[in-house]
Ligand binder design. Structure first.
Ligand code: PLP
Length: 203
């Protein structure tokens, strides 16, 4: 519809569904010999499954009821600190997205919530759409790509997924403007314990 093909595609990643929706068509096209755009997953620094998680078998749920799946995981017992993108607080990542990361077909980056809210506010003021806190991660990633192009004097087409509006998240924006949002780091010890507790699966 836009009569353009993306050079780079950005999506936020909680469990991986909106990211897969926006990127898999293009990844498949690239694997079949077509143009290969760069693909960037953006996750919260407070729950960094793709950038800090281990690639191995784990439960998909905290109750350990699901079948084991191979994915990037922080451990099903890992509890991230409070932050305002509830949809990105999942400990694991979709197995297909994880596999693509292992194959080096996608990149992953992580940002704090205040950086992402700043990007969301910039987007709202420019475009008149208030993004969901989850979507702010993709907005932040897209702005970083645009700034990279600006620095390098490059013209690239950047596609990102605005995966939800922020109409139910006004209190989070109010807190952001009141300077009440904190970037809490996760507990390294808790992460180590959660990873140590991953189920052992013989090869
Ligand atoms: C607006 C929005 N975006 C993204 C997500 C994260 O999910 P996924 O990574 O599976 O798309 C959620 C989850 O609740 C959400 O509400």
């Amino acid at each position: 519809m836009a009569n353009a093909w993306p050079d780079v595609i950005v999506g936020c990643t909680g469990g991986g569904s909106n990211f897969a929706g926006i990127t898999f068509l293009f990844i498949g096209h690239g694997l079949r010999g077509g143009v290969k755009p760069r693909i960037v997953a953006v996750e919260p620094a407070a729950c960094p499954s793709l950038t800090r998680g281990r690639y191995g078998y784990d439960f998909g749920d905290t109750g350990k009821m699901t079948p084991l799946v191979k994915m990037h995981t922080l451990g099903s017992t890992f509890t991230p600190p409070a932050f305002h993108a509830g949809g990105l607080r999942y400990h694991g990542m979709a197995p297909l997205v994880s596999h693509l990361r292992e194959l080096g077909l996608i990149e992953a980056s992580a940002y704090t919530q205040t950086e992402c809210f700043a990007a969301g506010v910039q987007f709202a003021r420019s475009e008149g759409i208030v993004p969901a806190p989850e979507a702010n991660h993709a907005v932040k990633g897209a702005i970083e790509e645009a700034l990279r192009c600006k620095r390098g004097g490059r013209a690239e087409t950047i596609l990102f997924n605005l995966c939800g509006h922020g109409h139910f998240d006004m209190s989070a924006y109010q807190k952001y403007f009141a300077g009440e949002l904190r970037d809490e780091s996760y507990n390294e010890q808790e992460l180590a314990m959660a990873l140590a507790g991953l189920p052992s699966v013989s090869a």
